[in-house]
Design a protein around this ligand. Structure first.
Ligand code: ADE
Length: 225
């Protein structure tokens, strides 16, 4: 999978993909992330990419020209399956969407800033608008990093133990069960006997029950889906 990201703050996106699972995904050539500074398509030598909004009001709007040029230049190199705009008024991101997006070949992610991007770019080029939650961040970079992380780790072949993503929280609309490691007795808090029983069937049953119970208690909304 190839992901291109358009941003005015490329520095913010240097570290998130340089470690752990995503680093491995890149080394295995399963994921390529290219971050582009939108200012290379600025409208003047001052690096301008935003302007005041029509109708008045505080806050700048990211201009059409730099975004359109950037999208057109990058689209010549590869055909994007999705052009995604990160925005708090987009569709709420969840595991199902991550699963669907993990099957795409090429994606372009646009990070907004200030008041957002000119509506005409959304209408003309953007194919999907995604919010990572009902709160407003100062830009789309951290949301983009979250999106790439959630997608990148489930690209087939990225995780060593292929099945482990299947047991993540949300994969069955259920939260994950509790997990334990050594020691079996920590300050008189014991690991549940069933996990030490060596009986995989019983362990599975226990984990399923725990998942269900946890979901009922913490996220009953997931059970209604
Ligand atoms: N940009 C600012 N806030 C955001 C959010 N919650 N989701 C996606 N992009 C954003």
């Amino acid at each position: 999978m190839k992901i291109d990201i358009l941003t005015v703050l490329p520095e913010l996106l240097e570290s998130p993909f340089a470690h752990s699972i995503l680093k491995r995904a890149k080394e295995k050539k399963l994921l390529e992330v290219n971050v582009h500074n939108l200012r290379q398509w600025a409208v003047n030598e001052h690096g301008q990419i935003d302007d005041y909004q029509y109708g008045g009001g505080a806050g700048m709007v990211m201009m059409c020209e730099p975004l359109a040029k950037a999208i057109e230049v990058l689209s010549k190199e590869k055909k994007f399956d999705e052009i995604i705009y990160m925005t708090p008024d987009g569709e709420l991101f969840n595991q199902k969407m991550a699963n669907q997006l993990s099957l795409k070949e090429n994606m372009l992610i646009i990070c907004g800033h200030y008041k957002g991007i000119d509506e005409r770019i959304r209408q003309q080029f953007v194919t999907k608008e995604i919010s990572i939650g009902d709160y407003v961040l100062s830009g789309g970079e951290l949301p983009a990093a979250i999106l790439v992380d959630a997608i990148g780790r489930i690209i087939p072949g990225v995780l060593n133990d292929e099945t482990s993503a299947l047991f993540d929280s949300f994969q069955d609309n259920l939260l994950a069960p509790p997990v334990y490691t050594r020691p079996a007795d920590f300050r008189e808090m014991k690991v549940p006997d069933v996990l030490l029983s060596g009986d995989p069937k019983k362990v599975d049953e226990w984990r399923n029950e725990q998942s269900l119970q946890r979901t009922k208690e913490r996220r009953p909304d997931l059970l209604n889906d």
